[in-house]
Every structure is written in C-alpha cells, then in structure tokens.
Design a binder for this molecule. Structure first.
Ligand SMILES: [Zn+2]
Ligand SMILES: [Zn+2]
Length: 295
C-alpha cells in the first residue's frame, strides 16, 4: 500500500477515481487463490476502488477453474465472473480433452453450468512455449470450441505464435456459430481482419502501453470500436510504468488511458463503449451492484 501512495498518478487517473467516473471492465485476469493467495480479497477491493465494475477471472485447468468459480461466488457483489477451461499449456495434463473424441472432462462440465460462469476458456494454442504437444493442444482447442457451442457461452482464446492454426481451426468450426474473444491479441493486420470477419472480439492489455509496441498501437487504432475489449491478464503483463511488478486488475485503467489516447477519443465515451462490448459478449448486463464504489 505504501508504494501505491507514493506512485505518481496521472490527471486522468484522478478524474477516474472521482465520483461519477466511467466504470471499467477487466475482461481477463487470474485473480484467484492460486495466484494471489490470502491477498485475493485486497486485490479485488483495490480494483473496485479504482473503478473496476466487472472482472472475468479465468481458469487454466480444472483446479484453477474451480478457484475462478469460487472467486466469482465470493466476490459476486464486486462484479466478478468466471471462465472455465483448459489452457493450451495444460492440454497434455488433462488427457480427457486432448485425445480427440473423449470430450470435455466431467468436472469442467459441472463447473460450466454455474450461473456466474460467463465464458469457456482460456483455451487455444501456444507454440511459443509448447508446454503440451501441438496435436494435443489442437484437439483440446477443438473440444473447447464444441463445448462453447453446446453451452452457448463465449470462448476465451489464447494464442502465441500460433495464429495461422487458430484461424484455420476456427474457420473449420464456423458451423458451430460460436462467439469468441482472442485475448491479448498479438497478431498481424491480416490476423485481425480474419478474426473480425468471423465476428470475434480482439482484447488488448499491458502490451499496448509498452514503449516499443508502435506496430500494435498502429493496428489497434484502426480497429472497429465494437469489436474491442480491454484486459490486464493479471498477474502478468503489467502495464507501463509498473512493468516488472505483479499485475492487478486495478491497473486496467492504464490500459484504458492508453487505448483512448491512441484512438484520440474521450476517455468516458470509450470506457462506456468497452463496458457495452463486454456486456454484449459475456451477457452480464451493466447494472451496478450495491457497494461497488464505496471504500
Ligand atoms: Zn492467455
Ligand atoms: Zn490468461
């Protein structure tokens, strides 16, 4: 807490934390007991204090999906929802969905029916780390696409150095008519065009603020507003100038500031558009829960 008090605050940040400030949404964070332990309630409280009214807490395997659902229950009055799924890193450790035809694990099915589960994921393909064999990642991804179609809940997609395969597999599955967000988008203009053409959202976080990411900012500037989401991916990808420290949803405002600045639009109207986009995809409405904004 000491460090926060000492850190410089921008004018926009002062405005945001004043009464009547636009509500913020963090569409992708891992705020559960595995990553924050006993600090989780304080992390959620700091986010609320910073104007965050919705947080989507993401599961990466069955255990953390359960923790995400628990967080969504515990912090329901703070606008926390959950996504449940198997991250491509874990595809090999959950063989029941990485072997074609075996389907989604029963435990995940049960979790997905919880009323505070707003999405399926994160799933996808990570060819940068290759923690699981690529074929198993692809099988798991296909199972999640089918599961998203079956549950009607949108898909949270993770990709790294794998966008060609992501696009190909999503195109093959177009008959499933799923809704999806490609989180922490890091692809090319052609990738972006293809995902938009399929009707999906692209989500952006801390990398938008990193000094050397001019190409990403140039791409971001041209995207249609109604297909953008913003996120932190906490505890990772901390926005500038706090890069290198653990990330928290309270920092999502830094992503919003940079995003509005890049696009040359007023902060408040941009924030309202982002809130509407998230509500449209995740179906969680925009009503305020009592006590959200009190300290
Ligand atoms: Zn991810
Ligand atoms: Zn994530």
């Amino acid at each position: 807490m000491e460090k926060e008090k000492q850190s410089p605050r921008s004018i926009a940040e002062e405005e945001r934390t004043a009464p009547g400030i636009p509500p913020l949404v963090d569409t992708h964070c891992h705020v559960h007991a595995d990553d924050y332990g006993a600090e989780t309630p304080a992390v959620v409280a700091r986010a609320v204090q910073a104007g965050v009214v919705r947080m989507l807490v993401i599961g990466s395997d069955i255990r953390t999906s359960r923790l995400a659902v628990e967080a969504a229950e515990q912090f329901a009055s703070s606008g926390v929802f959950a996504a449940v799924g198997i991250h491509p890193h874990e595809a090999a450790t959950e063989p029941s969905c990485s072997v074609e035809g075996k389907g989604i694990p029963e435990a995940l099915r049960e979790l997905s029916s919880h009323p505070r589960v707003a999405a399926i994921g994160e799933t996808g393909l990570d060819y940068h780390y290759d923690h699981s064999p690529r074929e198993q990642q692809r099988n798991s991804f296909r199972e999640h696409i089918r599961f998203s179609a079956e549950t009607g809940k949108p898909l949270v997609v993770h990709g790294r150095e794998s966008y060609d395969d992501l696009r190909r597999i999503l195109r093959e599955a177009r008959g499933e008519r799923i809704r999806a967000v490609v989180h922490c988008f890091s692809g090319t203009e052609e990738d972006a065009r293809d995902f938009l053409e399929m009707g999906y959202f692209l989500s952006f976080g801390g990398p938008l603020t990193f000094p050397k990411n001019d190409a990403l900012r140039a791409l971001f500037r041209e995207l249609p507003e109604e297909h953008i989401l913003l996120e932190t991916d906490s505890p990772w990808l901390t926005p500038h100038p706090f890069r290198g420290k653990r990330n928290e949803p309270m920092h999502v405002g830094l992503v919003y500031e940079k995003a509005a600045e890049i696009r040359g639009v007023p902060f408040a109207s941009f924030a309202a558009a982002m809130e509407a986009n998230a509500a449209r995809l995740f179906g969680w409405g925009t009503e305020r829960t009592m006590g959200d904004r009190t300290s």
